[in-house]
Ligand binder design. Structure first.
Ligand SMILES: [Zn+2]
Length: 455
């Protein structure tokens, strides 16, 4: 069954080829994706915006209804052939019915590509869309906060055999049914979109699981507002890291999640509250880090108690079990209005709590949560408190390996890239792993051989 997962700033739909009834690249005829969708009698189950575009329409080499309608003379892309099959390849196949090139291609036949495009496209960290394949699956992906170079590694590390970058920025839109599941910045017209229709029996299964619980996670601060800053750390970063781990764990347990932000961007509280209320979740948690002297975790719920209080108590119990001290489950009543003091608790329309994992300005307390694995541990603890409150049974976690790191941010990444460029064959990055004497000899041998080949 098609699967939807949110992880590492990305929204990924995985579809097995054998559950696809039909896949196509449709021309939207000057409409937004949603408007086009609404007009269809046979509505696709999934849609993602496709070609980058300019005033002449879709950019790249484009086949439309069996005709080559734009020829850039180069490219690698995704297409549907005349018998309804689909796949990746170069544009010079007269069998293409509909075809678009990626800008740029990210992975070709299992290899990272060397396509270079405008430097703005390479270095900007806007939202982006991707179509990819591996094994018997096709993947529709919307990401945010990665450069094209990082996208390549993201796709490569996911084991994709082919992947192309589609359009980015405000056009990035991944739809499941009539809903955009990434956080599109606006509802733009796009020239075309990739659409997938599932076989009917798969659809039925999908519908059976539609009674999923929904959780909204507010990720405190971000962008121009770093929140509390101390000991070389920003509250906004810690909050995001905990929130993403919490999200992953909730999604793993079948809960639908919306995050107020997925990267370091502006995220004012008023917007957070609006977003939460329009999402209409079962529960909401605002994730923060404390400052101002003190130590330990604390959590606030409404002065009226109820499910909010239960949620606060459940999360506290999990945080304590994960090794952090607690200052308690608290309320804060405004002396002037007699209502809840905090907007996130007062203005949201579902049970909501505010969690403060600890004090960023207390070195001993900060040591409990300053490292990524600790932030992931507490993100999971929050998720378990939430799941308990929702009455969702927690599935055992068989993947006990440490979560993926973004190795492209490591200081040694430039050296790794440079060695690869010189033709030295290297295995996975895993920059902080130890090397054995044998591996050191093998590496030295590889380097010398690569140099000999060059000479
Ligand atoms: Zn805060």
């Amino acid at each position: 069954m098609a699967e939807f997962k949110i992880s590492n700033n990305s929204y990924i739909v995985t579809i097995a080829n054998d559950e696809i009834e039909k896949i196509d690249i449709v021309q939207l005829g000057g409409l937004t994706m949603k408007k086009w969708y609404d007009k269809q009698e046979n509505k696709p189950d999934y849609m993602i915006n496709a070609s980058l575009w300019d005033d002449k329409g879709a950019i790249g080499t484009i086949w439309q209804n069996g005709e080559l309608i734009r020829n850039e003379g180069t490219g690698y892309g995704f297409g549907i052939n005349k018998s309804g099959g689909f796949g990746f390849g170069d544009p010079w196949n007269i069998d293409w019915q509909n075809y678009i090139t990626g800008y740029p291609a990210l992975i070709k036949d299992g290899q990272k590509t060397v396509d270079s495009v405008d430097s703005y496209v390479m270095t900007s960290k806007s939202q982006r869309s991707i179509v990819a394949s591996a094994g018997n699956n096709i993947y529709l992906i919307a990401t945010t906060g990665m450069t094209v170079a990082q996208l390549k590694y993201f796709c490569y590390n996911k084991g994709f055999y082919n992947a192309i970058n589609l359009d980015g920025g405000g056009s990035s839109r991944l739809m499941i049914g009539d809903k955009a599941v990434n956080s599109p910045t606006d509802d733009r017209k796009c020239p075309n979109a990739i659409c997938v229709w599932l076989k009917k029996d798969n659809k039925k299964e999908d519908n059976n699981t539609m009674t999923t619980k929904k959780v909204f996670l507010g990720v405190g601060h971000g962008g121009s507002d770093p929140g509390a800053v101390a000991n070389n750390m920003k509250e906004a970063d810690i909050n995001l890291s905990i929130a993403l781990a919490c999200c992953d764990e909730l999604v793993r347990n079948g809960v639908e999640v919306k995050l107020s932000r997925m990267s370091d961007e502006d995220d004012p509280l008023t917007e957070e509250i609006q977003e939460c209320n329009s999402y209409a979740p079962d529960l909401a948690v605002d994730i923060h880090t404390n400052a101002g002297g003190g130590y330990g975790f604390e959590v606030y719920h409404t002065i009226y108690g109820g499910t909010g209080k239960t949620l606060a108590e459940n999360i506290e119990a999990e945080v304590i079990a994960a090794g952090q001290l607690s200052r308690g489950v608290k309320i804060h009543k405004s002396e002037t209005t007699g209502k809840d003091y905090y907007g996130f608790i007062r203005e949201t329309s579902c049970p909501a709590v505010i969690c403060e994992i600890g004090f960023i300005d207390n070195k001993r307390d900060l040591a409990q949560f300053d490292e990524k694995p600790e932030q992931i541990k507490f993100g999971k603890a929050y998720a378990h408190g939430i799941l308990k409150t929702l009455g969702v049974e927690i599935m055992s976690d068989t993947t006990t390996q440490t979560p993926e790191k973004d190795e492209t941010k490591h200081w040694a990444y430039v050296n790794y890239e440079s060695l690869k460029a010189q033709g030295v064959e290297l295995s996975e990055m895993r920059f902080d792993d130890k090397i054995s004497r044998g591996e050191a000899f093998a590496l030295a041998d590889k380097i010398i051989k690569a140099l000999c080949v060059k000479a």
